[in-house]
Every structure is written in C-alpha cells, then in structure tokens.
Write a protein that binds this ligand. Structure first.
Ligand code: SF4
Ligand code: SF4
Length: 76
C-alpha cells in the first residue's frame, strides 16, 4: 500500500516537493500547501520527502505479497 502523508502544520509552502516530483503527482492548493492529485502516477522516488527541509511530507510504501498495491492518501 502506498501512502503520501503531508503534514500541513509543518509545511511552509515552499513548493519544493511539487517542483521536485518527476511524475507530476503533487500540486499546490489554494492555501499554498501541496496536495496529492495523482497518487497512481507516483514512482516512489521519494524526491519530495528527501528535499523537504521541514520533513513535512512522507512517502510510505508497504509491499504485500499480492502483486497489486492498494493506494490511498492520508492528510494530517
Ligand atoms: S517541500 Fe515540504 S515544506 Fe515545502 S511545500 Fe513541500 S511539504 Fe511543504
Ligand atoms: S515519491 Fe517521487 S513520484 Fe512520488 S510524489 Fe514524491 S517526488 Fe513524486
């Protein structure tokens, strides 16, 4: 299961994660914070997580024995 967690309290709206995503998974919301718009496009490169200076975004992938993944988004 793939989860992308964005902590909006920690986020400083710098936009780095959105710019760093090679798969156009993230976009900036009206409040200036990122949101996940296309989770299925995520290639789990973790650029967003590694480049966020505030540690406000985390990509969590737990692989199951089944060949397909369930994907969902958690906003905290
Ligand atoms: S890189 Fe981190 S602080 Fe910057 S917009 Fe993304 S989540 Fe927010
Ligand atoms: S892990 Fe990579 S592909 Fe997935 S949202 Fe982050 S930067 Fe984009």
């Amino acid at each position: 299961m793939l989860k992308i967690m964005i902590n909006k309290k920690k986020c400083i709206s710098c936009g780095v994660c959105v710019e760093a995503c090679p798969a156009d998974v993230l976009e900036i919301e009206d409040d200036g914070k990122p949101r996940v718009k296309a989770l299925n496009e995520c290639i789990v490169c973790r650029n967003c997580q590694h480049l966020c200076l505030k540690k406000a975004i985390r990509v969590d992938l737990q692989e199951y024995k089944e060949t397909r993944y369930d994907k969902d988004v958690i906003l905290v």
